[in-house]
Design a protein around this ligand. Structure first.
Ligand code: HPA
Ligand code: ZN
Length: 334
């Protein structure tokens, strides 16, 4: 099958997106529109100038712009507009279900109540389900560069909205902020019946993946690409069929890999790891889910069987009920 044909097929297959930061879907055009609507000033003269600043050298250089971009989000309708724009694009890419990260601390630190954030996202999720039949869940992420106490406060503030989200995650600056810093927060979250995921092994070493598994009891590892440096860890992740939410264009833009042809996704599949494709922060990294698939299909030796495996892994690794999964899994094979 030619690349173009395989890309078309991939678009039609049902897929779940499991690693998507909603604040990372804020396109430059929307940043400018919301800045004007909310009378927030931003230090860029034009959309083109802002987009030109998206030349990242590592995770932190991206995070600085990502938090600055989020400063235009103030009202419920801002969160709605941002999230609904994502759902439209994801639906066009054949995403049938999305488990979406939100960073409450990015907003509460600016005086925006968590209730405003949850209300806007909930309305977008509802409209996406009604209009596209697309289901979604929210995962509240703690910013790991902030303190354990701050994470506890965030969990407590979100507890009032417990039925709005299914799990907790861990994101932001990885190196120097190992998972065990949040062991007690995650234990509390698990006691609340929340599912647990964590970013680990993006820029951080394999030890951080071990810690996400053993101290946080993570059920999925976000990124996880650096597991390949530790043979015993790979064996453990394969044995457990631990989902790894890989984000190829993110890895390229943040210089985790310096060439798409050197991306480890194919190698991960070949070793039996339960990897799948995600878009992470698509407004900043050069595209949504299908752009990520297309880049992998073109640069790596990803064939039809591998594409179907990636789609199946995404469905299987979601937090949806088993009956729902079984139906989509049979569609992936058909
Ligand atoms: N890594 C860590 N923190 C993040 C990311 C990421 O890829 N995207 C948004 N916050
Ligand atoms: Zn991420």
């Amino acid at each position: 099958m030619h690349h173009a044909e395989l890309i078309d097929l991939t678009r039609r297959l049902p897929k779940a997106e499991l690693h998507l930061h909603i604040e990372g879907t804020l396109e430059p055009e929307m940043i400018f529109a919301l800045a004007e609507r909310n009378r927030v000033s931003i230090p860029y003269a034009s959309v083109e100038e802002l987009r030109a600043a998206y030349a990242f050298t590592n995770l932190q250089s991206f995070l600085d712009l990502y938090y600055a971009g989020a400063s235009v989000l103030l009202q419920e309708e801002d969160f709605f507009d941002m999230a609904f724009a994502y759902f439209e694009r994801a639906h066009a890419d054949g995403v049938v279900h999305a488990e979406i990260f939100v960073d409450p601390q990015t907003h509460t630190q600016r005086g925006v109540p968590v209730a405003t954030v949850f209300a806007g996202l909930a309305r977008a999720r509802r409209v996406a389900f009604e209009r596209f039949g697309m289901s979604s869940q929210l995962i509240v992420c703690f910013l790991r560069h902030l303190s354990e106490a701050d994470a506890f406060d965030t969990l407590e503030a979100c507890a009032a909205h417990r039925n709005e989200f299914v799990g907790v995650g861990l994101d932001s600056s990885e190196v120097g902020h190992p998972p065990e810093k949040f062991e007690r927060v995650f234990a509390n979250a698990r006691a609340m019946g929340l599912r647990v995921v964590a970013h680990a092994g993006e820029e951080g070493p394999p030890e951080y993946i071990w810690s996400a598994l053993n101290t946080l009891k993570a059920e999925r590892i976000d990124h996880g690409v650096r597991c390949l440096e530790d043979e015993a860890l790979v064996a453990e992740l394969v044995a457990k069929q631990m989902p790894l939410t890989v984000c190829p264009l993110s890895n390229l833009k943040l210089c985790v890999v310096n060439d798409m042809a050197k991306h480890p996704l194919k190698k991960m599949l070949d070793q039996g790891l339960a990897a799948m494709v995600n878009s992470d922060d698509p407004a900043y990294f050069g595209g949504y889910l299908m752009a990520n698939f297309a880049a992998c299909i073109r640069a790596l030796d990803i064939d039809e069987a591998a594409v179907r495996k990636l789609c199946a892994n995404s469905i299987q690794a979601s937090f949806m009920p088993q009956a729902w999964k079984a139906e989509r899994l049979s569609d992936v094979q058909a």
